[in-house]
Design a protein around this ligand. Structure first.
Ligand code: GDP
Ligand code: MG
Length: 166
């Protein structure tokens, strides 16, 4: 099994940390250069039975008013081409305009989307359900997976779940 996975979310939610946790530090650091191509490979995870190519989608992390129609189209076209989208949010932060902007773009694609709630090490487990409530009615996420990208908690479970969609 092999596939392209786009990882999207507001700045600082932990996208790069997740890639580092999964594929190793060097690759993600190298690909943190300014992006000129449409699909920027951030890292490749290879296991015995699966290969996952994690890519970044230029234009999707920016607030709406700064984007022209062309960039919005380019970003959504990219999201249509991948096998799976990971929408990452920070368990510590309330839903914001940046999140809502991304969700609006997601409504234009049919690619399966997971809601990945990162930084669960920073919140009380009892607060997680209320956090998920903020997103439940906005978009029909295929899976909701809480992780700690930094500590690695639940990351292998997320990889197994991804595998099932490739
Ligand atoms: P990106 O902008 O989405 O790529 O976010 P980064 O990967 O650069 O992470 C932003 C900050 O959040 C860094 O200081 C990370 O160390 C921190 N961070 C990322 N994941 C976690 C996590 O699971 N737990 C905690 N406590 N911090 C995290
Ligand atoms: Mg980053």
């Amino acid at each position: 099994k092999s596939g392209f996975i786009s990882i999207i979310g507001r700045p600082n939610v932990g996208k790069s940390t997740f890639i580092n946790q999964v594929v190793g530090q060097k690759i993600a650091i190298m690909s943190d250069k300014p992006q000129t191509t449409r699909n920027k490979i951030q890292g490749v995870y290879t296991a015995d039975d699966a290969q996952m190519i994690f890519i970044d989608t230029p234009g999707i992390h920016k607030p709406k008013h700064k984007l022209g129609d062309f960039m919005v189209k380019s970003a959504t076209d990219t999201l249509k081409e991948v096998d799976l989208i990971l929408f990452m949010v920070n368990a510590e932060e309330k839903r914001g305009r940046g999140d809502e902007y991304i969700i609006e773009l997601l409504k234009h694609v049919r690619t399966p989307v997971f809601l990945v709630i990162n930084k669960i090490d920073l919140v009380h487990p009892d607060d997680l359900l209320a956090f998920i409530e903020q997103y439940k009615d906005l978009y029909p996420f295929r899976e909701v997976v809480p992780i700690s990208a930094l500590g690695g908690n639940n990351v292998s479970r997320l990889l197994d779940t991804i595998k099932a969609y490739l």
